[in-house]
Design a protein around this ligand. Structure first.
Ligand SMILES: Nc1ncnc2c1ncn2[C@@H]1O[C@H](COP(=O)(O)OP(=O)(O)OP(=O)(O)O)[C@@H](O)[C@H]1O
Length: 305
């Protein structure tokens, strides 16, 4: 049996008197794409930095790519590619010049071949002479990814890599991530996008420093134990007002002309929705609970804690 790429237990980090990562236990198999989700400030970046050896944990232990996260931080560092939230380039250098610069910085040899192969791998060869500053958001992300994988890391840590990038470029970026994983690279990626969470093999949800949900998308949705009903008809705005605060109703969200109503107590939810449907002349039907509904619940639970 191969060892997991990431296996950490009880990972804890404090800044001053604030515990921002609280006893996080996480395991990521080799070749897996693991999603890391959670509200702003919940501790994702801090956890990623402890995993790649940039930050020393205050508590907990574990191994990354077979190395101890406390005593072998430099070894981990060398085998990891880390794309930070604000990756920067020299805007007045071309794509190729930027990559040559990074390769030189890390002492990679032979620079020419490594840069040529990386350009080809990421479909950047035709654009290699373009100035980084002239690239669209999607191509900038691709250049950032190229710079992170040039040294052939075994583990890729991506911190919100596609923030602000259009859907087509995001899809292409994710196709690339899947190609890299299929070739054996392990990927841990933080994101706020639901469609991206759904493209991960497994997801991990962190709230106020605590890991509160883990598994495949199907497992996380199932474990949340939510029931969803959808109301349709012309009177849904009135139905929404009547449902607010009704027994069993925890979330109400309009999607176009439909109203999604979500709650844990299926019987109470159904009774409230059916009553309001009768009163407002709308139609109620059961629906699948979405990952977004689950994340909103986890966020609300975290705020209440
Ligand atoms: N070096 C630091 N010193 C003090 N506080 C810090 C430091 N780094 C992070 N924090 C705090 O730790 C908490 C967790 O931050 P972190 O960046 O890990 O969250 P995140 O989940 O990545 O958030 P986002 O989704 O906004 O990127 C935040 O309250 C942040 O302000």
């Amino acid at each position: 049996m191969t060892l997991p790429a990431i296996s950490v237990t009880g990972l804890t980090k404090r800044f001053g008197d604030k515990t921002v990562v609280n006893r996080v236990t996480l395991s990521v198999e080799r070749g897996e794409i693991a999603g890391f989700l959670g509200p702003n400030g919940s501790g994702k970046t801090t956890t990623i930095r402890m995993i790649c050896g940039l930050l020393e944990p205050d508590g907990g232990e574990g191994r990354v790519l077979g190395h101890d996260i406390r005593s072998e931080r430099r070894a981990i560092n060398r085998k990891v590619g880390y794309m930070t939230q604000r990756f920067s380039f020299y805007e007045d250098l071309t794509i190729e010049e930027n990559l040559r610069f990074v390769a030189g910085l890390y002492g990679m040899v032979p620079v020419g071949r490594i840069v040529r192969d990386t350009l080809a791998d990421l479909g950047l060869t035709a654009r290699r002479g373009q100035l980084a500053g002239d690239l669209s958001g999607g191509w900038k992300q691709r250049l950032a990814l190229a710079a992170c994988i040039m040294h052939r890391p075994d583990l890729l840590l991506l911190d919100e890599p596609t923030a602000g990038v259009d859907p087509k470029a995001r899809r292409e970026f994710w196709d690339e991530i899947h190609r890299l994983a299929a070739d054996g690279m392990t990927v841990l990626v933080s994101t706020h996008y639901m469609d991206e969470a759904e493209r991960c093999h497994r997801i991990n949800y962190i709230s106020f420093g605590h890991l509160v949900a883990q598994g495949t998308v199907e497992e996380v949705v199932r474990d949340a134990g939510l029931t969803t009903l959808v109301l349709t008809g012309t009177n849904t705005p009135q139905a929404a007002r009547r449902l607010a605060g009704a027994p069993g109703v925890e979330q109400i969200a309009p999607f176009g002309n439909a109203l999604h109503v979500v709650g844990r107590d299926a019987a109470a939810l159904r009774a409230s929705v059916e009553r309001v449907a009768r009163e407002t002349g709308t139609r109620a039907a059961p629906a699948d609970t979405s990952l977004e509904d689950v994340f909103i619940k986890l966020m609300n639970d975290g705020t209440a804690a």
